[in-house]
Write a protein that binds this ligand. Structure first.
Ligand SMILES: Nc1ncnc2c1ncn2[C@@H]1O[C@H](COP(=O)(O)OP(=O)(O)O)[C@@H](O)[C@H]1O
Ligand SMILES: CC(=O)N[C@@H](CCC(=O)OP(=O)(O)O)C(=O)O
Length: 290
């Protein structure tokens, strides 16, 4: 049965079996910068996260902030440049990334969740050294290395900090910044952090909230039930580009590594998160290992 987004009684009736089956399980939610456009939607997102925690799930939020980084870069006279969906990050850009992700965006989400009755704690991978990274090199089509600066490749995620917070009823809110062996900061794509964290925590679900109804084909139709072989096809024929590249790769890796279900959903739909997790109304694209 599908329900209208704000039909509360119907949602509750549908939700009960899901609440029972997900009790105590971890759900990693990636909140993309493109889905944070509107104040009302941000409030709804925070309420949804609090409600999930209240009914016994363990939501772990990983946020992005690409557009918000672009805004501040523009204000300091710099232009964002992306290669294969990854930001070219020189040291000045890294400072801006750390200010925006570790500061502005992280604390805004923490405040909103706390305003609605949750106990959110904002962390970056530098806290407790929990996301260790080294420098990432991309590969060109002719297999040459491309240096994009201080962008990180995740070496290891230590699950104990997030587990500690979960165990004490806090809601972890993670900014996608990694730490190198000399304490240096690395900018990591938020989808990559969310995927790897979901894998490390062996989450029940990974939900990637963005600004499209899901993965679309070249005609704009919504694709769902994507498997590895279909994803390879979509990469090869150019259907998937830009920010969708790291998103799909991370989603697929997580699905292959034991995360039960992975979904790319439209964060611009009010309460999209609750609808995805607690009702039968699947909103978006589901990615499966095979
Ligand atoms: N096949 C596709 N289907 C849907 N979106 C796509 C596709 N290929 C590229 N995109 C782009 O990917 C964007 C989402 O990625 P991104 O901008 O990184 O969002 P977020 O900030 O939520 O991570 C979409 O807005 C769209 O422009
Ligand atoms: C390396 C890299 O590209 N890092 C991203 C981190 C933020 C992010 O991923 O934000 P969204 O999810 O909103 O796109 C960036 O600098 O934009």
């Amino acid at each position: 049965m599908s329900v209208a987004p704000l039909d509360k009684a119907a949602i509750l009736a549908e939700a009960l079996p899901y609440i029972r089956s997900f009790n105590g399980k971890t759900i990693v939610v990636k909140y993309g910068g493109n889905a944070m456009t509107d104040d009302k939607l941000k409030e709804d997102f925070a309420k949804d996260v609090v409600l999930l925690k209240l009914v016994g799930l363990n939501p772990v939020v990983v946020h992005g902030g690409g557009p918000q980084i672009n805004d501040l870069l523009e204000r300091v006279g710099k232009e964002g440049q992306f290669i294969q969906g990854m930001r070219v990050t020189d040291s000045e850009t890294m400072d801006v990334v750390e200010m925006v992700l570790g500061g502005l965006v992280n604390k805004e989400i923490v405040s909103l969740i706390n305003k609605h009755g949750g106990k959110a704690v904002g962390i970056t991978g530098k806290d407790g050294h929990f996301i260790r990274a080294s420098k990432l090199f991309l590969k060109s089509e002719s297999d040459e290395q491309i240096d994009i600066g201080q962008v990180g490749d995740i070496e290891h995620i230590d699950p104990s900090l997030v587990a500690l917070l979960d165990g004490h009823d806090f809601i972890p809110v993670v900014a996608p910044i990694g730490v190198g062996s000399n304490g240096e900061a690395y900018n990591i794509n938020a989808d990559v952090v969310a995927g790897k964290l979901a894998e490390t925590l062996q989450a029940e679900k990974l939900v990637l909230m963005t600004n499209t109804p899901g993965v679309l084909d070249k005609q704009g139709n919504l694709l769902t039930g994507l498997t590895a072989s279909k994803v390879d096809e979509l990469f090869a024929d150019g259907t998937i580009s830009g920010g969708m590249l790291p998103k799909i790769s991370s989603a697929l890796d997580a699905a292959k590594s034991g995360v039960n279900s992975v979904h790319i959903i439209d964060g611009r739909v009010p309460h999209a998160l609750l609808l995805e997790i607690l009702t039968d109304a699947g909103v978006g694209t589901m990615i499966k290992a095979s």
